[in-house]
Design a protein around this ligand. Structure first.
Ligand code: CIR
Length: 263
């Protein structure tokens, strides 16, 4: 079973009322907490439908973006790495996540250099390598530290680039199976996926790039029919989840969970 697509567990965190103060690149309107909660519940139900255990953490009002748990850690089969988010308002979220990982994992290590910054949204784990996109949130020191931490677990890190103006590397791509990546053209054009099969996101549907393959399902944001049909045509089972409110904060399917199989 592929460790990069199949998982027994996920961790999520309820959105908090402070979500209205969440970070965003462009103001496209206030997120509606009740609608976000309904979407979040559908997301969790879909993860559970695949047979996984979902640990739902309580809302953390002190951290407006804390529903986006993916940015706080990297979960690998051998252990978890607690991140150091590059957004100052999000730095404290990582420490809030650490004890929950320690409860489930044998080995938990942390990015600790004061100059090191790295967020989970910039990390795409495939069966053969860990790709990390340098971005406004993830710097060279953070990538170097991650490289050292995961080497003893047998993982190779390859540094790539998040396109300018794009929040995270995985804002623009996702892994569909061991060899297949869904990607925007603007990201794939960099050549970073040479050697993989790439399914292009339909022109004008760029927000559809952030999906997750979780066990037998691909969870994708609702409202992107041409990209959905391309994923279906490639033989994947798709579930569309409402994402209108998280999208106002530049968040999507991958951001909402940590996915792993603890050892
Ligand atoms: C942020 O700017 O940090 C949040 N508003 C969105 C984080 C999305 N996370 C992700 O793509 N992994």
């Amino acid at each position: 079973m592929s460790f990069s697509t199949h998982f027994t567990h996920a961790i999520t965190r309820k959105p908090a009322p402070s979500i209205i103060a969440g970070l965003r690149a462009v103001d496209t309107g206030m997120p509606d907490l009740a609608v976000m909660e309904a979407h979040h519940a559908a997301y969790i139900a879909t993860l559970r439908e695949t047979g996984a255990t979902v640990v739902e953490l309580p809302a953390l009002d002190a951290y407006p973006d804390s529903v986006f748990v993916e940015d706080t850690a990297l979960c690998l089969p051998q252990g978890a790495v607690v991140m150091r988010p590059g957004a100052p308002s999000r730095l404290g979220e990582a420490a809030e996540m650490a004890p929950h990982l320690q409860a489930l994992y044998g080995q938990v290590v942390a990015i600790s250099g004061t100059d090191s910054f790295i967020e989970g949204g910039d990390i795409l784990v495939t069966e053969r390598e860990v790709l990390v996109g340098r971005s406004a949130r993830t710097n060279a020191a953070g990538i170097a530290e991650l490289t050292r931490l995961v080497a003893p677990w047998g993982h190779t890190v390859r540094e790539v680039h998040t396109p300018p103006g794009v929040l995270h590397f995985k804002t623009d791509c996702s892994l569909l199976d061991a060899d297949t990546i869904l990607s925007t053209d603007r990201l794939a054009a960099s050549g970073c996926f040479d050697g993989y099969r790439v399914i292009p996101v339909a022109d004008g549907e760029e927000p559809a790039a952030n999906t997750i393959r979780f066990n037998d399902l691909v969870l994708m944001p609702a409202g992107f029919p041409r990209t959905r049909d391309a994923i279906l045509a490639a033989g994947f089972k798709v579930r569309e989840i409402g994402n209108s409110e998280c999208a106002k904060l530049d968040g999507g399917m991958s951001c909402l969970s940590l996915r792993f199989t603890p050892r």
